[in-house]
Design a protein around this ligand. Sequence first.
Ligand code: SF4
Length: 315
Amino acid sequence: MTVVLDTGDRPRHPEKAHRPDAPALPKPDWIRVKAPVSKGYAETRAIVRAHALHTVCEEAGCPNIGECWEKKHATFMIMGDTCTRACAFCNVKTGLPGPLDAGEPARVAEATAKLGLAHVVVTSVDRDDLDDGGAAHFAVVIRAIRARCAGTTIEVLTPDFLRKQGAIETVVAARPDVFNHNLETVPSKYLVVRPGARYFASIRLLQRVKEIDPGMFTKSGVMLGLGEERNEILQVMDDLRAADVDFLTIGQYLQPTRKHHPVVRFVPPDEFKAYATIAAAKGFLMVSSSPLTRSSHHAGEDFARLKDARVAPAR
Ligand code: SF4
């Protein structure tokens, strides 16, 4: 049974609420973000609110929100604002989610049109409480966007659908342009950072997408600064390449609150660049690696580059 503890406006699993405060390292100079004050930001916020939608930009406290929302790039988070997992890095609230909202797919599609998105990213909370993990709802959202915004390309960033038979197939059958699932960290950190997940199940999900539809772009991401070792990151790259993943994103982990996993280290920009070079050499079609890289950051521009990279002759 899940016990939900209400600690103010964000109910959390007891293991997160009772965790002792973790130390917070001072942010280095290279973690600088734009304040969310622009006209575009206000317009994006108004459209999100008018359609009663959630965004991971707000729920996760993303540092790029000022920049992205100025350009009307919002990433929708479907199936509610409450997650059934309690990952140590994540700011999304944890608890027992409500029922699915049958009107949500049409509102996501309408908001996509209002924002004028050429490329939309749709993610979700984990829905371990649903028989299919929410896969059918993802498919309905994809189809609703296709019907309303014919020219918009669609990227899904899904949960791991752990032990949800047929879920991956359901989402792939709806034909998103990019199937993204983030590993988040190296296998040795899973028990602490992603306790409800299994590293090889996540790798297998990505591999399975390519088995079902070899033409579909696949993407995954990891955060640095959680205490991982360099050789572990290189191993993750190899595992992702073995699963034929096209696009790798690498960003700095930032601690949402003192109840979350501490930042063990702020990785300097040069190290991110070095990882990008190694990843490219390992055969990823695209790599985005910088302290403020997030899987949905510049996703539209990156998708265009990803398509170009596939048709470009191998060098
Ligand atoms: S990087 Fe992604 S999650 Fe962050 S603000 Fe931009 S679109 Fe939203």
